[in-house]
Ligand binder design. Sequence first.
Ligand code: PMP
Length: 374
Amino acid sequence: MNSTSRVYNFSAGPATLPTELLEQVRDELLDWQGMGRSVMEISHRSREFAALLEEAERNLRHLLQVPEHYKVLWVHGSASHQFAMVPMNLGGAGYADYACTGRWSDKAEREAERYVEVNRMAVRQESDGMVEISTTGSWPISEKAGYLYYTPNETIDGLSIDEPLDTKALYGSDVPLVADMSSCLLSRPIDIEKFGVIFAGAQKNIGTAGVTLVIIREDLVAEAPRFVPTLLQYKTYADHSSLYNTPAVFPIYIAAMMFRWLIKQGGLAAVAKQNQHKARQLYQTIDDSSLYRNNVSPKNRSWMNIPFTLTKPHLDELFLSMAEARGLVALKGHRSVGGMRASLYNAMPLSGVEALIDFMCEFEQRYAEGVDEL
Ligand code: PMP
């Protein structure tokens, strides 16, 4: 297969990667940096891998403007591991506030209940068939909370909280803010200092599954209770520069390439502009149509994951199969909600979104008015 046979892949994750990056991976598989071996076949303690890790962290810090007093950790496993690691490591107060806005925050909240008492804040509302998140200032927070947990981008629901969240203003004290940014990290600039912990599974904007990036304020890296396994303690990763044991070398190698690619794109400000433009175009198409519908209030619409339904659901299968025949794949919505979902991560080019829009308009013209109705 060559790059011309590649499709536009709208998968929510594992997600599309830049073609040029995959071409480089292909070229380097048998011989990385003249070593006659791939990156998967060298010691993680070698000079070459150490340099890669160092470069990845430097580029990430540059892209996100990560201040010195934050650690960057490459933690094993998936984002779901963090649902346990967060309360295990930060649950000292025995109590935490969880903003429940969708499927991923719900899952995180249920996991946290195993370790701490949780104030489950149902801050998602529905009115006139539209979903929105109540303004953060009105969240029913608890004075006892040791941290506040939220999910700025709910990947399944296509819900985004763009409002800045300032825990100092909210609590009147420095309660750490924990954010699951699995599906939005690196999609736009953010103010890291507002956060205590940010984590993101790698298989969307960072690269490929197997590692989770954690950015944590230094003072929160503390001794965890004795029951916490060594590899589930942030301190282990911080104390050993993520090399306590063999790290996920291949996903880290991919992430390092992704960071280089992002810098080449002009950094996060440039990428954000492009992401906003892509999302706006697609939302406009949906809003202008009588066949497609997105039920998220405009203030909470995600740039990364755009779910939509057809007002004629019996056309769903036809829509998906015709899209696939055009090379527009993985548009089926999450199994728990149905419908469609287009994920527009950094690596989805504008041409992919334009091709999707062209297809959607043609499909609507052909089928919406009952013409060619099956
Ligand atoms: N959080 C969010 C926001 C996600 O989108 C996902 C996966 N799509 C997860 C957590 C869970 O990720 P993982 O499968 O890596 O555990």
